[in-house]
Design a binder for this molecule. Sequence first.
Ligand SMILES: [Fe+2]
Length: 368
Amino acid sequence: MAASLRRRLLLVLVPVVLVALVVTIAVVALGGPGPADEAPPAAATGPAVPEVDTNGIRYAERLVVYNGRSHYGDEQVFRDFEAATGVEIELRGGTGPELFERLQREGTDTPADVLVTTDLANLWRAEEAGLLQGVTSATLRAQVPEQLHEPDGHWWALSTRLRIPVVSTERVPAGAVDSYEDLADPQFRGRTCLRTSSNEYNQSFVADMIAKRGPEQTEALLRSWMANEPEILGSDGEMLAVMAAGECDLGLSNHYYLGRALAENPDFPVAPAWPDQNGAGAHANVSGVGVVTGSDAVPTAVALMEWLTSPPAQAQIVARSEFAANPQVPPSEHIRDWANVKIDPIAVQEAGPLLDDAIAMMLSVGWN
Ligand SMILES: [Fe+2]
């Protein structure tokens, strides 16, 4: 849009908005137009999410991105944005919890404009602490399905990832495991392994289960898992290595760690055991991006988010075995079959508030 046209529009729109604002304030001050028991029409949905139009914007010189995906090897997408726009992107890496601490400590002085992080737990904690500001745009809505962004635009998914049972192909027959319940099967006593309960992936998994099955059923399931005396490990990657070395036969891992191992070695002796395919499906979590509260470069930040969720960037982001948030982008060739797996999307609104309950429950059943 030409600058002069935009100025003319502003000249027309600003007085209209001001008059509307004055009338609204007067109506509110006078107690509203109708009877007192009439429900206020907009209160239930809260204030409108700021709509950002990035067409023809003047880019900020620089964006600081706190990047919780720094260990996933997809920095090139940021370099491509720099090349296309001239915006300098400064990436500062860290784990989800480290970046959360940093943002909280820095408060309104933070240099960060954008937070990229993994897992609903990290996204929810950032939103809950007021570290993210809601934004929306027509492009973001076109590229990210409704169930993959926070309703008020505090974060938008970049990828989805399934947390699934994984089995040794050498010691577990195909088809022997087809549910999360099977981690409690007595035939696997002393042969299962889990990552620590301090890991967000497990915390979100349990919080989602509490949201969907209720606390009693979830606790009973976790107790049954613990009865198999799982070996507790520090990472999903370590779990796969331990399984390949013959020390564990059944674990619970994010699917892309296995996808990467299989991309490197098609004979890697661990296979996915897709859970609950006749029921709810495989637990699906997200990684995502949001604009940091206090950023003075919101339109440029939104332009970056639009780029990150566009098909060419998404293809790069999921090259290492994640699934794209943008449904136009298929999985990488080596896991293309996995696209047909029935998934159970994490309850974006319900699971976050249950994270503390999930952690307490995991510790109470002895999952350390
Ligand atoms: Fe991960």
